[in-house]
Each structure stands twice: as C-alpha cells, then as structure tokens.
Write a new protein. Structure first.
Length: 267
C-alpha cells in the first residue's frame, strides 16, 4: 500500500547533483536528492517541500524543475531568473509548481545589488502569474527592499529571519524597514539560524523571532534549510534543531499550526 503524503510543509530546502556545473560559492555541492529529503520530511509529518534554487547553479534551474516534475502537485519551487527567460518557460515552471523568484544579496554566487533592475523588469510578468519575490539579504538591506516593493504589486518573502541576527540592536533602523514590509503584506521565513551567526540550540535568536512574529502574524513559514550547505558532511546540524527555536519562541501549539498548513504564497 502506498504511503499517503503527510500534510506538513518544510518551506526551504535544496537539491544538488555533484555532476552539474556550479559557480563559485562558499561550498562545493555533493549529491543531495529529492528522495532523501522527502524521506526525512515524511517521517516527521512533512510531506510537502518548497525547493529553492541554490545560488551555485545560477539561472540553470533544470535540476530543481526535474525534481518538481516527479510529482507536480506535491511540492513548490522558487527559481532564479535572468532577463532572457521566455513567457513560455515561465508558464512551464508554473505548471510544475514554481511560485516565486529569488534574489540573493548575501552568498558569493548570488546576484548582488547590480541585478536589482531585474526586479523591475520581471515585475509585470510575475504579477500576471501571482508569483512572489523572495530575498536573501542582510538586515541593512531591508530599507532598499521595502522601497522596491512599495506599490510594486508583488508579495515579498524574506529568507532566514530577514537577516535579524542577535546583534541587530532593538533600535536599529532595520526594524523600521521590517515593520514597513510587514505592513505591505510581506512574509517571513523562520529558517537559516546558523546563517545568522547563531549556534544550537539557537536560543539567542528567540527574542528576535518573537518580536518579528508579532509583526507578521500568520504570514510566517518555517524551513529547515536542508542540506545545510554551510557545514561539512560530518558536522551537519540535526534536522530537529532547526525546528526547536520556533517551538521555544511561539509555543508548541502555534508552532505546529504554522508548519501544518499550506501557506497562501505556495497555493
């Protein structure tokens, strides 16, 4: 008898193929397959994944799209685009489950600020398809992101706690920008704790998580950031450790509701 797909969502994972060409980054990809993360998630009640295009593959989304094609109704995807993507290609991606485009302002292989005109160029095409724009950024870049999204008609999704490491002061100007974005209807990912210079059990981030959760309300999603590319294979954080600070910050019941519903941005 085929096992039914569990209801829960892990909203930030990656798949890798070591044989594919990759660009300069802070890590060298090793094989990490869709089947592997499906098994990990399903065992924990998380049958649905949001596959995020890794920065090291640039705009070659073929591996991620192939993974989505295995079961187009099950998972969702967020791609990285150039200015040469055709409407037919966007429609094909949408049919497979793609619902957003990512801009990476942090990683060595990310687009950086020089690619910001692409946001404006892509905006009308993304609006027509109901896609969102996902950002990997530092807290200092939030004012610029808030300005880009204002009156854009595009939903903003902020990766990895929007860059709010524990050392972002309570009166930092980034808090004004994140309030602006929350007021615009942005979403926040509770993910990537170790990308914020935190170490397990990540308790130093709990005050930031609580303050931000108060701004974003139901517009929160959690992601494990599997397979944790910042670490060597023998020092990976446990999958459970990426969930623990959400429970501590929000409480068991609210945390469980968070990851057991399909977020509207991935409908």
């Amino acid at each position: 008898m085929t096992e039914s797909v569990a209801d829960g969502w892990d909203c930030h994972v990656h798949v890798f193929d070591a044989s594919l060409k990759s660009h300069g980054g802070h890590y060298k990809p090793v094989d990490r397959t869709l089947a592997e993360i499906e098994t990990i998630g399903q065992a924990r009640g998380l049958g649905h994944l949001v596959l995020i295009q890794p920065s090291v593959y640039g705009t070659d989304n073929s591996l991620m799209l192939s993974a989505l094609a295995v079961d187009p109704c099950r998972h969702r995807g967020v791609v990285v685009l150039g200015d040469d993507t055709t409407d037919a290609e966007l429609d094909g991606m949408h049919a497979l489950g793609v619902r957003g485009v990512r801009f990476n302002l942090v990683s060595p292989a990310g687009q950086g600020v020089a690619q910001m005109p692409l946001f404006t160029a892509l905006a009308p095409r993304l609006r027509r398809r109901g896609w969102h724009v996902q950002w990997y950024n530092s807290a200092a870049e939030l004012p610029k992101i808030a300005e880009l999204h204002r009156n854009s008609g595009l939903t903003c999704v902020l990766d990895h706690l929007a860059g709010f490491s524990a050392d972002v002061a309570s009166d930092d100007l980034a808090w004004q920008a994140i309030e602006d974005l929350a007021g615009q209807g942005a979403w926040l990912k509770l993910s990537g704790w170790y990308r914020l210079d935190a170490k397990p059990p990540y308790t130093e981030l709990v005050p930031q998580i609580r303050r931000l959760a108060g701004m974003f309300g139901v517009r929160l999603v959690w992601g494990s950031d599997w397979p944790h590319t910042m670490f060597s294979a023998d020092s990976l954080p446990s999958y459970e450790s990426t969930w623990a600070p959400v429970v501590e910050a929000l409480g068991c019941e609210a945390a469980e509701v968070l990851r057991m519903r399909q977020p509207a941005i991935y409908a």
